[in-house]
Design a protein around this ligand. Structure first.
Ligand SMILES: [Zn+2]
Length: 362
């Protein structure tokens, strides 16, 4: 296998390391990852197409480097809410990564049911910007470009919206995994959003800041843990965090909703612009890593969950809350523009949930 597909095997190793929260060079330093010192895109692994072509044409189909859209805006009463893309990265192989407590056949079957190629699973990264009459609040900061050429687009997309880093008055980090917080610091190790108050849940901060870390429930490979810990400690040390505890409105209309399990202090964010459920959006962050997996199978737990049982319970609680309240949902890894509703599946279909993407609003 390794000799037949060297690019794919190397890429898979990189995919897993991406979550470590540090660059591959740094991962090598802290985690003993020998020989992997650089980062590159993944498109070189594309298979040749079968369409006829003229002599001299390339053997692979050209793929777009970018799409036209990198942000999507909604008006929710007094709040302007924007889903802002930080790009995407590969998530291969999908098992056990996407569902450590399901079989390979089950995971690949669920992906195929959603018309996703199990050999090419991509996970998107979406942040949320909330503008109210008094605040400009950024929920998560993306990868900071640490995961390769296909991500780290947050600042560019904010610029395209006319938003400068200095405009952001608060940064709320849903949890201290690399794809959510490596954008907190710039290349000089200083806060990217220099005028912002940074907020994180107390349990999240305290877990990573501690000398020892309880991963006894996690299915994460042991050799990945040092990278996760180093990434979180670096960000905690580089930015001053205000610690939040319990369900709390941290800015008018912006409420932290604890949803521990994926990490010790993982949080969701509820935005309420006033005027009823139609102006409420619940950003679930890493409650869902892939729509083909955790909507129909909410009991399947990703390998990255610190406490899988607790993560499943939090997911069901948020899903039930959003379905009952009929509010819109968004999430870090739900495909862009990452806005929709959720409903319980009919008993004849299953015990999961259906994701119903919202109509695109122009
Ligand atoms: Zn994530």
């Amino acid at each position: 296998m390794a000799t037949d597909h060297p690019i794919r095997v190397e890429q898979s190793r990189r995919d897993v390391l991406k979550f470590a929260g540090v660059s591959f060079a740094a991962a090598a330093a802290v985690g003993g990852v020998g020989g992997v010192g650089g980062v590159s895109g993944v498109r070189g692994a594309s298979a040749a197409i079968a369409l006829p072509r003229r002599a001299g044409q390339p053997t692979t189909a050209p793929q777009p480097a970018t799409q036209g859209a990198g942000f999507y805006e909604l008006t929710l009463g007094d709040a302007r809410v924007s889903v802002v893309s930080d790009g995407w990265f590969s998530f291969n192989p999908p098992h056990p990564t996407l569902a450590a407590n399901a079989t390979k056949e089950q995971v690949e079957g669920a992906l195929k049911d959603a018309f996703v190629d199990p050999a090419d699973v991509r996970v998107q990264v979406n942040c949320l910007l909330i503008r109210t009459p008094r605040d400009t609040v950024l929920i998560d900061t993306g990868t900071g470009g640490a995961f390769g050429a296909t991500n780290g687009t947050l600042l560019k997309n904010l610029s395209n919206m006319g938003v400068k880093p200095a405009d952001v008055t608060a940064v709320i980090i849903t949890h201290l995994h690399g794809d959510h917080m490596l954008g907190v610091l710039n290349a000089e190790g200083k806060p990217t959003f220099a005028n912002a108050e940074h907020l994180v849940h107390k349990d999240e901060h305290d877990f990573w800041a501690a000398e020892t870390h309880d991963f006894s429930q996690s299915k994460l490979p042991k050799d990945m843990l040092p990278g996760f810990i180093a990434g979180a400690k670096k960000v905690i040390a580089g930015a001053k965090f205000t610690l939040v505890d319990g369900e709390k409105e941290v800015r008018p209309g912006i409420t932290v909703v604890p949803s521990a399990g994926h990490t010790a202090g993982h949080i969701a964010i509820q935005v309420d612009g006033g005027g009823g459920a139609k102006n409420v959006l619940l950003y679930m962050s890493d409650t869902v890593h892939h729509p083909a997996i955790q909507f129909p199978h909410p009991d399947w737990a990703v390998m990255f969950d610190a406490n899988p049982d607790l993560a499943v319970a939090s997911r069901r609680r948020l899903f039930d809350r959003a379905a009952a309240d009929r509010v819109r949902l968004s999430g870090a890894h739900i495909p862009f523009p990452s806005v929709g509703h959720i409903r319980k599946q009919a008993a004849s279909v299953g015990k999961g949930y259906d994701w119903v993407p919202a109509m695109w609003e122009w």
